[in-house]
Design a protein around this ligand. Structure first.
Ligand SMILES: Cc1ncc(COP(=O)(O)O)c(C=O)c1O
Length: 378
């Protein structure tokens, strides 16, 4: 099999800058035509080497921890929107230095921190739980019974707390604009009495705006309609996936091929568990370049195993037109969002290098990892 990227180390997460720009241009169009702000959620996309580029297109970024907030300030030169399920008392003062907006997850958190936040000139909000989500997997559904995320309308016993300028709602995951339309309807029904008193409404992430079949014009029209009702509100979307959606790959290499009970298993220099944990957690079967994701008759079928000792660290089966050999390059598609932010060094496996292919097709290696990165975490 032909090696497509001989100069790229293996394994490596490789961002393709032209594809990122394509996403950013679309997001910018939504910002302009809908008159809203789009900020990047670092939990899904923390490729900070591209933050100066992101800032040219987007209104900023959102953090869910002190470290993410600091990264935004240091690498995007912008204060962060911040939301955490709970703030650490030892960190809150530093957090206030990095934040332009802070969203509290509960009324307890609001009571504890509101004075300090407003004296730091931060615009404060509360996360709501509108008790409406179309997410089918409980793991990703913030509206499941007993959810710790956000305040339900019935819990605002005394109305909107003082000094609150915004509401934040995150109830979507890889959803389309029609889900947002129905969600907005519920927010309006339940929280419509609060909205005229506010400055902003953050509609969270989960908007897969950059996927091929997303109805961008419909999104723009529902946002414009909502804004015409509540012209006092700045509407904010904070996608992570949509920023990094299909903007690069994970390059890997076949280290061995073992034959096990009639199955050919190619062992790679990556790990599903350590480098692509969502494939096992979500779970979903990742796409591999030049391979059929459902094995085709007459083709060469392989299962792919990771290099950890975890028995379940594998995915399959895939088929190829040609047989695989040791040393072949295997490219996992769409491996930029929710990958390097979630990697581990489980089993002591090394982390993939991180680099990009720039707009003129040149590979730039940002970093490669070694023993110190492993030891540092222990
Ligand atoms: C509060 C919040 N905002 C934004 C996001 C980003 O979501 P996505 O990457 O699906 O767009 C998440 C993801 O979990 C989130 O919890």
């Amino acid at each position: 099999m032909q090696i497509q990227y001989p100069t790229i180390p293996s394994p490596a997460f490789v961002l393709e800058e032209n594809l990122l720009i394509k996403n950013l241009e679309l997001l910018k169009r939504v910002q302009t035509e809908a008159g809203i702000e789009i900020i990047c959620a670092l939990k899904g996309f923390s490729f900070y080497h591209e933050f100066p580029l992101l800032r040219k297109y987007l209104a900023g970024a959102t953090a869910s921890s002190l470290h993410e907030a600091r990264l935004i300030v240091e690498e995007m030169n912008e204060k962060a929107h911040v939301y955490c399920p709970a703030f650490l008392p030892s960190e809150f003062t530093e957090m206030c230095q990095y934040a332009s907006h802070i969203t509290f997850n509960s009324l307890n958190q609001y009571n504890k921190y509101i004075s300090q936040a407003i004296s730091s000139n931060i615009s404060c909000g509360i996360r709501i739980n509108p008790e409406y989500s179309e997410i089918e997997t409980d793991m990703y559904n913030p509206c499941v019974a007993g959810s710790r995320l956000g305040v339900r309308k019935s819990d605002f016993k005394d109305g909107l707390p003082s000094h609150i300028e915004g509401l934040h709602s995150h109830t979507m995951c890889e959803n389309d604009s029609y889900v947002l339309e129905r969600t907005l309807q519920v927010i309006d029904e339940k929280f419509g009495d609060f909205l005229p008193q506010l400055k902003w409404l953050n509609l969270g992430g989960g908007h897969l705006i950059t996927s091929e079949d997303y109805d961008v014009d419909h999104l723009i029209s529902i946002l414009n309609e909502f804004k015409s009702k509540y012209s006092n509100l700045t509407i904010i979307l904070e996608p992570g996936s949509a920023v990094g959606w299909q903007t690069g790959f994970l390059k890997s290499t076949v280290l061995d091929i073992v034959h096990s009970a009639g199955i050919d298993v190619a062992i790679l220099d990556i790990s599903f568990a350590a480098h692509m944990p969502d494939t096992l957690e979500m779970p979903y079967k990742p796409r591999i370049r030049n391979a059929s994701i459902e094995p085709q008759k007459g083709e060469y079928v392989y299962r792919f195993g990771g290099m950890t000792c975890l028995a379940g660290d594998y995915y399959g089966d895939y088929s190829f037109k040609e047989p695989l050999n040791i040393g072949d390059e295997i490219i996992f598609e769409d491996m930029i969002h929710y990958t390097m932010v979630k990697t581990t060094t489980f089993n002591g496996v090394n982390l993939p290098s991180i680099g990009k292919i720039n707009t003129v097709g040149k590979y730039i290696n940002y970093k490669s990892f070694g023993f110190e990165s492993f030891k540092d975490r222990l």
